[in-house]
Structure formats: C-alpha cells, structure tokens
Design a protein around this ligand. Sequence first.
Ligand code: GTP
Length: 299
Amino acid sequence: MGASGSGKTSMRSMIFSNNPASLTSRLGATIDVEQNHVRFLGDLILNLWDCGGQDAFMDSYLSTQRSVIFSHVGVMIYVFDVESREMEKDLEYYRDCLDGLSQFSKDANVFLLVHKIDLVRDTERNAVVQRKVAELEKASGETSVKVFGTSIYDESLYKAWSNIVNTLIPNARNLSKHLRIFAEACSATEVILFERTTFLVIATSSRTDSSDAFPSGPVVLHALDPKRYERTSELIKAFKQSCSRLREEFRSLEMELAEFTAVLDEMTKNTYVLVVVHDPVIETAAIKMNICMARKKFE
Ligand code: GTP
C-alpha cells in the first residue's frame, strides 16, 4: 500500500523479479491490484498484492473492496515517499488502512517504509528518518509498527524486506538454532542462510532467541559491519545479474583473504549458505565438505 509513485512496484520488481533499479523508471502506474504468487523457499507461496496508489483505487479499497483487500493479511507494507508533498493525505489513507486491518486481519504485522531516502542528503538522512519514524509511530496509535528507511539504490531495501519476509517464515527461529550449531562445527565466525532467488536473508547464526530485532548483533571477537547481511544480498544479486548477462549461471563463490575465508554455496534447492571463517588454519575445502555434509539436515 502507499501513494501512487511512492515506489511499491519498483521494489517488488527488484526483489522478486530480479530487475535492476535502472529499469524501474519505465514502470507504469499499477491499475487496481496486481496479485503475484511468489514461490519462496520451495513450499512457501507468498501472495503479494501490489495495490495501485491512485486516489480512485485507494477509495475503492477502503469502501467497496474493503473486505477483499483487508482479509487474510499476513503483513501490510505501507510505503511513504520521503519527499511526499501530501503527507497529511498519505497519513489519512494510512490510518484508514489500519482501520481496515483491525476490522479484518487483527494479527497482521505492519511495516512502514520511508522510501527513496537516496533523495535526502547523506548528512541529513539519519535525522530525516528519525523524524519520520516519530511521525509514523504517532500516526499508528496503538498499532505496533516497524519502520525502515529504504531506497532501491542501496542495500537498505534488502534489510527491510529480509525483516518482512522473516515474519512469514514459520520455522525461522529453528533455522537459526541449527545454523548456530553448524557455525560451531565449522569454527565459523558467522553463517548466513539466503533464499535462492531473492537472496533475502532467512536466518543467521548470530541471531539470539531473546531479540526481536532481525538480524541482531553477533557475539564475536571480530568487528563485523552491521550492514553486512543486506550488503551481501545486494552484491550477490548484482553479481548474479552480471553472470546472466554473460549467459553463465551463478553457482558458488569462494574467497580466501588474509583476514578471513568465505564460502558461498548451495545449501538446499531453495537456499544458499555463506560461511565466514577467521581462523587461518581452516581450509576452504573443509568448509565445503561441512556444507556438503550438512545439506541433508537442512533439506
Ligand atoms: P503506483 O503503481 O501508481 O501505485 O506507483 P508505485 O508506488 O508502484 O511507484 P513505482 O514503483 O511505479 O515508482 C515510481 C517512480 O519512483 C519510478 O520512476 C521509480 O524509478 C522511482 N523510484 C522507486 N524507488 C525509488 C527510490 O528508492 N529512489 C528514487 N530516487 N526513486 C525511486
């Protein structure tokens, strides 16, 4: 959901159809609701509804189509253009959508994306997002919401969408537990599991059970970049696109650097695993062998 031109179709086409950001300017306005069934992790089907944001459509969602639009909602993602000149109107529609949700899908999670943050100067970005967070939390009243600043031109989009999708994966916590055991077995600093087509982060070995935040900070001796998950998603997707331009299929990746070794390889038919090891004694071949032996457990 969100005003026309706020960027809903753009982000959907990047995450789920692997389109590059540069092609999003060619997208036309969405007419009414575009439904997509995305196969995710093999058996899980994400039913994505991209609701065109022009006023006439919004008015119809909130009146005649109300019960259809707001029933059986798992997650509502409301996109706000950070430079919107009609914030009052956007908030009014947003509050009406919250009413619709509370009527038909009380348990739905609500994610708010303050989108196009690339349009805000670097030095002001944090302050602008913080201001928007406060404004949106106030407008949400009693409803608990998660707010992210996003842009299709950097990794922030992957962070938000990994969090969104994570709320829909039934056994995500279990996966993290198994990844932690696997990380210990490999003496790895960290192990990350990605969904195969979207390359969104599904689980990490660093996640603590008590934390709501996803992904949470790791308890390791090495200083790790807090943006490493979403940066990896973004980089690998770009790399996959380059491979397909050369008519090659991306299969796996190995990196042996002075400070660490990293192996990215298929874990199951629907996932990829990234194992990062800082211990120089551990050979790449040993990591690959461990991945191979763990496959059955993760299928
Ligand atoms: P409706 O279908 O009418 O509801 O609009 P929409 O929300 O689906 O918007 P759409 O995805 O079509 O995007 C509108 C324009 O915003 C496109 O020209 C995109 O290239 C641009 N856009 C999308 N995301 C971003 C972003 O993160 N930053 C910038 N600068 N532009 C973006």
